[in-house]
Design a protein around this ligand. Structure first.
Ligand code: PEP
Ligand code: MG
Length: 756
């Protein structure tokens, strides 16, 4: 049954529109569960009524016509209660309502379960039977499981249908899609849908003009894959026992098969581009294999997927070489998942905004978007990715709203807000040369977070007093192996030189969790609780020592290096790291290098160290709060998971109290505390951090002038009074409201919403 369920969901996800998705659901559920009727009712967003959208069993003329309010009929009762209703003879029930157009007088047994997505009832899934009969417990739980699994797919199909179908047109016109704010700002531009290279599921349809040229392009890709497969066979056939290379024969057969190749060519003839046509045909084949009873044949589905990926890779390579104008001016990059490398592929002058189904405000994509000053909304799980290529899109990076083909009134308003924003940002430039001083004369140095060499210029131009967090993962990520000591030294030297004499805080390698190195894969069930940051580098002292040596050597003659240790959860990790740092230092001295021992700090991002903050402070020269991970670990909310993104908030009272404990503990040992997580660049949070007694802040360069404006507009005393009030609040919403209210009152409202 699990297999059937899985294959139904796969098919629904691959459906071209909402109608097709619903038809698949009713037909497949009816035949899998051997019932007489299966129907889906969906809530019409405008009228609030439940509409019969699809049925296998009821009379076709009733589809689209039967409508019930939540207080009408049994279907309405299921939606009203948001609970299953299981009856052996429905007509006996007082809420039973008869619709002659359905022909349902024949049916007695009734089982209805709600379809719920993000706590909202989307509709009702109903089974009916001629006989008077009570569905057993297993059937009820099975249908609940099916409805729960289908809810996401239906929500997605509803949004996708949104562009094509009638149902969705009503939903989308004027209705924004909702995600999480990823990077502030407003973008008005054109959607360019991108997909991970060689991931067939997320390839969009696109019209093609020259059908013959597109067919040739596809056949050339097939030819190239055939050559690759033959080369593979030659390569390994000596090493394989006879017969084992037969798998590759199957590949070659498929590459010649009429149903596969012919199917794609036909689809291209219908006007779709080659990657889209390949997706259509490959999905059909994968589904057909998945449905087979025979395990061997079912596994062939993976072969089709693998083969299609190879063909796609060929098509994408050709496309990349041939197309310089893939990104128009005002490109809004849209995708299931936008990675850092996808962002990097777009010429910066053409990139206006970013919208992605996955990710949240502290995912590394969001951090990169903020560093580039590009408005971003992430975690838009109803985004109709496959449908919106080349459509007009508005991205509101403050509220997390995305408008597709917005009505002219909305567009006009956003144009106005964007203009105001530009004016505000010009005004902020005047703060560049000014000190980051509170009204009562307290200096709060503002530093920049960087990771790419290309970040250096914007950081210097923003007036940063140094680098508060240099994420060393990026130079490691863009290579095909661990960079050597000399290679690293050169990269680090560039950064240290660019900022000297201002301090540069370099964090030792923090991979694992959501930051993977392509050449060092780590497979774990719980990567964020696993082998990450300092845990990896202490287990591999050769990697740690090479990095420390490279950093110390890079700082020779400049001496503006500070070291920062990530993911500290236990004091012994600090002791071990310090001892390795000292070892590297002494070795280099012996080698005749004029190195100096830098200041060393620890990141506070795992809750355990908050309860050992004093002994931790005693061991180091400074502390830096990584509020992104601290929030994730304190609240047990994955920072990248859109499903729980609503729970992720660095203004949660628990996080605020944790910051206070750290500041107080560190103060007892005269150890300065900085915040280098995204909280530091959030104007409302920065005001609170000022009041909590933080000594410095480090953020992406694009936020720096905004935060300087906050610091210069308040006194520490006033901020402290506000912080005291906030500490008594019990939920993040009240805290945010209080802080934003204070900013708004001071005339700084333009920092937390679109407009001035
Ligand atoms: C943090 O966790 O807050 C932090 C600054 O580190 P990263 O975002 O790189 O994990
Ligand atoms: Mg972190």
């Amino acid at each position: 049954m699990l297999d059937i369920l899985r294959s139904i969901i796969q098919e629904v996800n691959a459906a071209r529109n909402l109608d097709q998705a619903l038809t698949i659901i009713v037909e497949r559920v009816k035949s899998a569960l051997l019932v007489d009727v299966c129907s889906v009712y969906l809530v019409d967003q405008d009228s609030g009524e439940l509409v019969l959208m699809a049925s296998d069993g009821l009379l076709p003329e009733s589809i689209g016509f039967v409508r019930l309010k939540f207080d009408e009929g049994l279907v309405g009762l299921v939606a009203q209660r948001a609970e299953p209703i299981n009856l052996d003879n429905a007509p006996d029930h007082p809420r039973y309502r008869y619709f002659p157009e359905t022909g349902e007088e024949w049916y007695h047994a009734f089982l209805g379960v709600p379809i719920i997505h993000h706590r909202q009832v989307l509709g009702v899934l109903v089974l009916q039977q001629h006989a008077e009969y009570r569905y057993d417990e297993d059937m009820v739980t099975l249908l609940v499981t099916i409805a729960a699994q289908l809810a996401g797919a239906i929500a997605h199909a509803e949004a996708s249908g949104g562009i094509d179908g009638l149902q969705g047109k009503r939903r989308l016109d004027g209705y924004p899609l909702k995600g999480m704010p990823g990077a502030p700002g407003v973008a008005i531009g054109r959607a360019v849908v991108v997909h991970p290279h060689a991931d067939i599921d997320s390839i969009p349809d696109r019209p093609v003009e020259d059908v013959v040229a597109e067919q040739d392009r596809f056949m050339a890709a097939i030819g190239a894959v055939k050559r690759d497969v033959r080369a593979m066979v030659d390569n390994i056939s000596d090493a394989l026992p006879n017969g084992d290379s037969a798998l590759f024969d199957a590949y070659l057969l498929m590459l010649d098969s009429d149903s596969f190749i012919g199917g794609v060519l036909d689809n291209i003839r219908g006007g779709n581009w080659a990657p889209g046509a390949l997706r259509v045909v490959a999905t059909e084949h994968i589904r057909a294999f998945n449905e087979m009873e025979d395990l061997y044949l079912r596994e062939r589905a993976e072969d089709v997927r693998d083969l299609s990926r190879r063909v796609l890779q060929q098509l994408q390579q050709k496309q990349k070489q041939g197309k310089g104008d893939a990104y128009p001016r005002n490109t809004v990059l849209v995708g299931e998942e936008i990675t850092a490398s996808m962002l990097a592929e777009v010429p910066p002058a053409r990139l206006a905004g970013v919208v992605s189904v996955r990710g949240s405000s502290t995912s590394h994509t969001a951090i990169l978007a903020r560093a580039l000053g590009i408005p971003a909304v992430l975690g838009v799980d109803d985004l109709p990715v496959a449908r919106i290529n080349e459509m007009d899109v508005i991205v509101d990076g403050y509220s997390g709203r995305v408008y597709v083909n917005a009505p002219s009134g909305v567009k006009r308003e956003y144009k106005r807000l964007k203009k105001e924003e530009q004016e505000l940002s010009n005004e902020l430039q005047e703060l560049r040369g000014l000190e980051s001083l509170t009204e009562d004369g307290i200096r709060i140095p503002l530093y920049a977070n960087t990771g790419l060499v290309s970040d250096i210029r914007p950081s210097i131009e923003s007036g940063a007093e140094g680098i508060g967090l240099y994420r060393t993962e990026f130079p490691f990520m863009i290579r095909e192996r661990f960079p050597g000591e000399e290679e690293q030294r050169q990269v680090y030297r560039q950064v240290l030189e660019a900022f000297a004499p201002r301090p540069v805080t370099m964090r030792t390698l923090d991979v694992g969790g959501d930051k993977a190195l392509p050449y060092f894969p780590i497979k774990e069930d719980n990567p964020f609780l696993g082998w990450r940051g300092i845990r990896i580098t202490l287990d591999h002292p050769e990697i740690f020592l090479a990095q420390i040596r490279a950093m110390l050597k890079a700082s020779v003659g400049l001496n503006n290096l500070q070291l920062l240790l990530p993911m500290i959860s236990t004091l012994s990790e600090v002791d071990e790291a310090l001892s390795l740092i000292r070892r590297a230092y002494h070795e280099l001295l012996e080698e005749g290098e004029a190195v100096v021992l830098p200041k060393v700090g620890a990141m506070v991002e795992v809750p355990s160290v908050i309860y050992q903050i004093e002994p931790l402070a005693r061991r180091v020269d400074f502390l830096s709060i990584g509020s992104n991970d601290l929030t994730q670990y304190l609240l047990a909310v994955d920072r990248n998971n859109a499903r729980v993104a609503g729970l992720y908030d660095s203004l949660h009272p628990a996080v605020v109290h944790a910051v206070r404990l750290v500041v107080e503990g560190a103060r007892n040992h005269r150890v300065p505390v900085s915040v280098c997580g995204e909280m530091a660049g959030d104007p409302a949070a920065a005001l609170l951090l000022l009041g909590l007694g933080i000594n410095s802040l480090s953020m992406s360069a694009s936020s720096l002038l905004r935060i300087k404006w906050v610091i210069r507009s308040f006194s520490r005393r006033r901020a402290r009074t506000l912080a005291k009030k906030v500490m008594e609040m019990e939920d993040p919403q009240s805290i945010r409201r209080a802080l934003q209210g204070a900013l708004e009152k001071e005339g700084l409202g333009g920092l937390v919403r679109a407009g001035k």
